[in-house]
Structures are given as structure tokens and as C-alpha cells.
Write a protein that binds this ligand. Structure first.
Ligand code: NAP
Ligand code: MG
Length: 400
């Protein structure tokens, strides 16, 4: 066949360990035979980040701003042990954190469903996508132990030095604990835009939940700003598309999510998103079947798998020199997501169709009973064959 052409590039960010191995195999077996891949390549592997003083990560993020679509392999976020293992100059920050702060985006996580693995929650028929507001609240808090009796106050001084608010938090009679939280209108508004844009582009309703009955200023501000962005910028488009925005209290939302069929975007405050995304991904089956996309309010998209570099498999692979049975599905879907978005932005129907076929070939392979070990452990049916990553990818290629 003639290879599918790409008019504009995708920003390709290579990564670490087992996922780096899968990355090369996916390109060689599933992409390059069919598509004339046009990518701007950045090596975010830990060694190269260290060699460039992490400049490569910032350059990759800037490139996403220029080209609007990126695809990223999982990367190591170094800790003390990694600094020794790789003899690093510094304990470099999380690449995902760096990219997110440059693009100012929201992360959407959605499970990939296969009929052979039923969600723990029987009513769930469609994926539930969690959007997490990844700024502020308890993740940027100030807190300390209160050592003795005394008064704790909340005080705000404007830039002129004028005291605008002072309020007693608590009159302590003895030791205790104290915490200060904040958020910014700008960040909440940009979160709202990302959520509504994503709902529209994936044709799904958007739910949002807080505890505004208890938090009459803090959570109420989230509720008001979300509604304002929706009314002013999205209500008309949602009505036209037959979609809705639904607000409810967080505890009511949890109850409704469990009873729902799925098929919507659940926008969450930072902590709720942290907790709920782990619950939802586990209930849908496996972290290896979870995709993740960072969407910025000005329309940049970065696709990746939700899991990490699968270090335990990597060590085993290096020791034995034998292919492991590591699940490449989320990484394949990161590529198909990026290719489809590229196709949509460029009006390249052939590229969009290829992305659809790649996903279908992947799912059909699993439905036919061929899958990696992690899925085989969860799958229903007595015709399940557990294979290593290379055999699994070859089986997908045959279908493709
Ligand atoms: P992980 O790589 O997600 O793996 C944790 C465990 O989950 C694995 O040991 C494996 O379980 C299972 N697993 C995850 N993905 C799988 C897949 N595709 N196929 C089969 N099993 C899979 O998390 P981690 O071990 O905590 O972190 C490893 C490294 O990844 C760390 O250096 C961390 O910084 C980095 N990380 C990067 C990202 C990112 O780039 N977005 C996200 C998270 C973590 P079994 O061993 O039981 O088979
Ligand atoms: Mg978490």
C-alpha cells in the first residue's frame, strides 16, 4: 500500500525503561509500515534529560505549543535512588509536571474497555473520563503543628500593604494542627475551558462536583466560575451538540457515578481527582488500560499512557534478555489519539481512519483471546492465550 502522508508533525517524546522498548516496537511494527511518520523527536529518556540539564523537556513542551499535538512515552521521575542509579547531576523534576506547567493544561484519564474484562461496577457500560484540576488546594498548602494554646488567624494584605481581611480560624486551648489552602480564578477558569472543550471534542456530557454547601466561599468559587465559563462560552455549542453540563455535590456525584452507565467526563477538584481516578481505573480493570491526555485551554493536546515505565519488567528484561509480557495498549492508544487529533486538525481523513483501524485491530486482538499476562489474569473465556509484548504486537499487526 501507499503510506499515509502527514502534512504537519507530531511532537514525539521518547522515554524510559520498558515503555521505551515498547515505543520502538510500536513504531516499527504498527506505525511505520503504514504511515509516513512526520514527527519532531525529543528524547526525554533520563540520560538525555541529564545531559541537557533538562532543557530537552522544556523544548519539547514549547514544540507542543507550536505544533499543537504531542505523544509521550512514560518517563522516570527521579528520586534519590534514581540519582545514584543513573549518576545524575540533579534530582530533575517530573517531566509531566514541567510540561503541564508550560502548557497550563488539564489531564483527562479514560479507561480502554474490552468486553472480556468486565468493570467491577456492573452498570458501567461506557468509559468514565476523570478530569483533574491539577493546581492548588492541599497540593500547594501551608501547614504546621500548633504547639500550644493560642489564636490562629487568616489574614490577607494587599500589595499596598493594607490589611483587607482578618478572621479567627480557631482559639486553640492546646496543641493541634493548622492548614492554609488557596486557588486562583485564572487557574479555575482555564480548567473549566479545558473540560468543556474536551467534552465537546469527545461528544460527552461534563459533570462537576464540589462541597459548596459546606465551603461557602472556596468551593462555591469553583462552582460559580465553572458555570460562568459554561454559560458565556459553551452553552450554545453544548445545546447544539445535544450535550449537557451537570453540577452536583461531591457525595451525590459519587453515588450517581456508581449507579451510572458511564460515558461522561467527571471534572474533579485536585484531591477528588487524585483519589477518584485511582478508584475508577481499578474498577474498570487495570492501569495498563488507561490513557491520559493533557489538554490546554488554547487547544494543545499531549497524549500518553497513564502508567509508568514498568520498572520491575525492565529489570527482568535486562537480566534475562527475554521479552516480557508488558501491556502496550495504553501506549498504542496514546499514538492513535495523537494521530487522530493531527488528522482532525489537518483535515487528513486517511490519518483519522488509520487511528480508528489501529485501535480496532488492538481491541480485536484482545477479543480474539490473545493478550498480555496482566489482562489474561482478568479476562473471561477459556480460549485466552497469554503472550509476550512482541507476539502481542505482531498479532495486532496481522489484524491491521
Ligand atoms: P508503573 O510503571 O505504572 O508500574 C507499576 C506496576 O503496575 C508494574 O510493576 C506492573 O505490575 C503494573 N503495570 C503498569 N503498567 C503496566 C503495563 N503496561 N503492563 C503490565 N503491567 C503494568 O509504576 P511504578 O513502578 O510506580 O513507576 C515506575 C517508574 O515510572 C518510576 O520511575 C516513575 O517515576 C515513573 N512513572 C512515570 C509516569 C509517567 O511518565 N506518566 C507515571 C507514573 C510513574 P507487575 O510488576 O505486578 O506486573
Ligand atoms: Mg493518586
Amino acid at each position: 500500500m501507499e503510506k499515509i502522508k502527514m502534512t504537519h508533525p507530531i511532537v514525539e517524546m521518547d522515554g524510559d525503561e520498558m515503555t521505551r522498548v515498547l515505543w520502538a516496537m510500536i513504531k516499527e511494527e504498527l506505525l511505520q509500515p503504514f504511515v509516513e511518520l512526520n514527527t519532531e523527536y525529543y528524547d526525554l529518556g533520563l540520560r538525555h534529560r541529564d545531559e541537557t540539564d533538562d532543557r530537552v523537556t522544556r523544548e519539547a513542551a514549547e514544540a507542543i505549543k507550536r505544533h499543537h499535538v504531542g505523544v509521550k512515552c512514560a518517563t522516570i521521575t527521579p528520586n534519590k535512588q534514581r540519582v545514584e542509579e543513573y549518576s545524575l547531576h540533579q534530582m530533575w523534576k517530573s517531566p509531566n509536571g514541567t510540561i503541564r506547567s508550560i502548557l497550563d493544561g488539564t489531564v483527562f484519564r479514560a479507561p480502554i474497555m474490552v468486553s472480556r474484562v468486565s468493570p467491577v461496577v456492573k452498570t458501567w457500560k461506557k468509559p468514565i473520563t476523570i478530569a483533574r484540576h491539577a493546581y492548588g488546594d492541599v497540593y500547594k498548602n501551608v501547614e504546621f503543628r500548633v504547639p500550644c494554646a493560642g489564636k490562629a488567624e487568616l489574614l490577607f494584605t494587599d500589595t499596598e500593604g493594607k490589611e483587607l481581611y482578618r478572621e479567627t480560624v480557631h482559639d486553640f486551648k492546646g496543641a493541634g494542627v493548622l492548614q492554609g489552602l488557596h486557588n486562583r480564578d485564572e487557574s479555575i477558569i482555564s480548567f473549566a475551558r479545558s473540560c468543556f472543550a474536551y467534552g465537546l471534542s469527545t461528544h460527552q456530557d461534563v459533570w462537576f462536583s464540589t462541597k459548596d454547601t459546606i465551603s461557602k466561599q472556596y468551593d462555591q468559587t469553583f462552582k460559580i466560575l465553572m458555570q460562568q465559563v459554561f454559560d458565556e462560552e459553551y452553552a450554545e455549542q453544548y445545546a447544539k451538540a445535544g450535550l449537557t453540563y451537570f453540577y452536583t455535590l461531591i457525595d451525590d456525584a459519587v453515588a450517581r457515578v456508581i449507579r451510572s452507565e458511564g460515558g461522561f467526563v467527571w471534572a474533579c477538584k485536585n484531591y477528588d481527582g487524585d483519589v477518584m481516578s485511582d478508584m475508577v481505573s481499578t474498577a474498570f480493570g487495570s492501569l495498563a488500560m488507561m490513557t491520559s491526555v493533557l489538554v490546554s485551554p488554547d487547544g494543545n493536546y499531549e497524549y500518553e499512557a497513564a502508567h509508568g515505565t514498568v520498572t520491575r519488567h525492565w529489570y527482568r528484561y535486562q537480566e534475562s534478555d527475554r521479552m516480557t509480557s508488558t501491556n502496550p495498549v495504553a501506549t498504542i492508544f496514546a499514538w492513535s489519539g495523537a494521530l487522530r487529533k493531527r488528522g482532525e486538525l489537518d483535515g487528513n481523513d486517511a490519518l483519522c481512519a488509520f487511528a480508528d483501524r489501529l485501535e480496532k485491530a488492538t481491541l480485536d486482538t484482545i477479543e480474539s483471546g490473545v493478550m498480555t499476562k496482566d489482562l489474561a489474569a482478568l479476562a473471561e473465556g477459556d480460549d485466552v492465550v497469554s503472550v509476550d509484548s512482541a507476539a502481542f504486537i505482531r498479532a495486532i499487526r496481522e489484524k491491521l
